[in-house]
Design a protein around this ligand. Sequence first.
Ligand code: 3PG
Length: 373
Amino acid sequence: MKTLKDFDFQGKRVLLRTDFNVPLSKQGDILDDFRIKAAIPSIEYLAKNQAKIIIISHLGRPEKREEKFSLRPIANRLGELLNKKVRFFSDCIGDKVEKEIEKMESGDIVVLENLRFYKGEKENNEKFAKDLAKLTGDIYPAPFVSKVPSAPKLRKLADKRCGVYINDAFAVCHRSHASITGLPKFLPSGIGFSVEKEIETLKQLMFKPKKPLIAIIGGAKVKTKVKLINKLSETTDYVLIGGLIPKEIEWQNVKFKYPEKIILPVDWVDSGDIGEKTIKIFIEKIKKAKTIFWNGPLGKTEEKRFSKATREIAKAVVKGKAFSVVGGGETIEFLTRVGLIKKFSFVSTGGGAMLDYLVDEKLVGIEAICSGK
Ligand code: 3PG
């Protein structure tokens, strides 16, 4: 799979897929710009290497154009973070965008409007993907490539003529959308630094963790986490479970493949948080761990009185010497709020994508780049 360092970007137009799906307040303020920051190393590298950078992303789950999901404020924040001019175009495709892109110079950065304002994105519509790809200039299949698609010399020639697609949006790599699995069919493709780091870290966690390895799983919806817990149990020494999941296990009579590795709470605080005795048991395991994976809060952290366990466990994780990997929107939001997030060894930008990768060891978005023409 190609990474940024495998391309010559000089003067080329690059479609950079980022995940700028950031939490917003009711007033539309950006609550956490962590995902915008995660894309900066790739953007800076592309700018330094004289690419013309066309950034595409989604925000929220709009079914049609809705002002509150516009990427305009995100583009502004990106400009502030980069300390550079970042232009915003209020469309993704069409004559107007094409004309503006024609005028781009090397090192320029533009952000296009929310991809999900277009039905073709979620429907993985080929025409939409093609229209996006065409923003970079030539695309596959160029006539000379389609005749002999496998001839390496002709492929190389085509690669030189076409623009480039870079996926640096790990958090959406589990979605078969036009900007994720559609674009690699039409452009030479690779992954950005953020996706590269995510894959490297999660592989390390799955295949070469320093033992003991502990997983901490909280939150809710056990049905969506059974596969994950079973998969993690294959390699972890213990899986510590909190949040609503222990109750759901009981209510739904869920059985696990390796029950001996599962550690459930022994006491509770008004059903909203795990109790003191459980915190102690969990901390004992955490102290001995060399690698820790964490997804999901252990109590209802939206209420202060139910936040104690998650805070205490977080403190124990960062106090130890273990390599700690954390992911999931709610968990990250809480750890940011209590000022501990920076102390974790690796913070994944992915929620669902991270969990899917841990379970299936692959993601459609990554597969598309590997098998891209
Ligand atoms: C996320 O926040 O997990 C990603 O941006 C994907 O968003 P989605 O679940 O709306 O596809």
